[in-house]
Design a protein around this ligand. Structure first.
Ligand code: KIV
Length: 265
């Protein structure tokens, strides 16, 4: 079985152009433990508000909820680099961002935080990195903009937007971020953005010409089957396996086949 060493910021930076990075989300200790040492990073994504919390977008998750889940993930995956997503509204200015990021560092063992935003959030990234917080950026399709943009809009469709995304990536890099998640971007644009910076770009729905990939665990393992975004590859039919197993359990109870003589004290 494959076992990766825990990454550091310098080892992550050194992978650019050498090998592709792997990232997966996790929301609890149980799954984090299964992913521990299997991937370069685990992201405690605010997507947990949807797949774990059953909400229709990420916007209602709170800082305390993210901290609760990040603690659980850190307990489960002690040998993997862990990133905590900062919820909507928790980094609207430098002081608020620092106070919330400090809470993440004080109350969890997360290695870094992630915030959505390009050049318009560079001053926040700079304030955080100047004060010893490790920051992952997130540009392109930003799920926290779903209500203000009226939906999830694919980016990088025209030359002007591609240029804006390149400027975003450069601004976030200059502000001190060590890595950027690039979501929902046309592959040709993603390639240009990846080539424009020296920090790794981790794509999701951004094609192959990036420095690594991230997927939401419940999408890639087939547990969240309400819809399947085009960019998701389903590595397991998790929902079917679970439902078939529960059907079998109920059948065994009804047939008086469970528990057997080996399953009693
Ligand atoms: O919240 C999340 O899971 C994310 C990924 C989609 C990158 O931000």
């Amino acid at each position: 079985m494959q076992q990766l060493k825990k990454q550091t910021i310098s080892s992550i930076l050194n992978t650019k152009g050498v090998r592709k990075l792997s990232m997966i989300t996790a929301y609890d200790a149980l799954f984090a433990n299964l992913f521990d040492t299997k991937v370069d990073f685990i992201l405690v994504g605010d997507s947990l508000n949807m797949s774990f919390g059953g909400n229709s977008d990420t916007l209602s998750i709170t800082m305390d909820q993210m901290i609760y889940h990040t603690k659980a993930v850190c307990n489960g995956a002690k040998n993997t680099f862990i990133i905590c997503d900062m919820p909507f509204g928790t980094y609207i200015n430098e002081d608020i961002a620092f106070n919330n990021a400090m809470k993440v560092y004080q109350e969890t063992n997360a290695d870094a935080i992630k915030i959505e935003g390009g050049a318009n959030k560079a001053h926040i990234v700079k304030h955080l990195t100047d004060n010893s917080i490790a920051v992952v950026g997130h540009i392109g399709l930003m799920p926290q903009n779903v209500r203000s943009e009226g939906g999830y809009k694919i980016k990088g469709k025209d030359a002007q937007n591609i240029q804006e995304l390149i400027e975003d990536a450069k601004a976030i890099q200059k502000a001190g971020a060590f890595c950027i998640v690039l979501e929902g971007v046309k592959p040709d644009a993603a390639k240009l953005i990846t080539e424009s910076v020296s920090i790794p770009i981790i794509g999701i729905g951004a094609g192959i010409d990036v420095d690594g990939q991230v997927l939401v665990w419940s999408d890639m393992l087939g547990f969240f089957d309400e819809f399947k975004p085009k960019f998701v590859r389903k590595y397991l039919d998790g929902a079917k396996i679970v439902q078939d197993s529960v059907d079998q359990y109920v059948q065994d109870i009804s047939d008086k086949k469970f528990p057997s003589s080996e399953e009693i004290y």
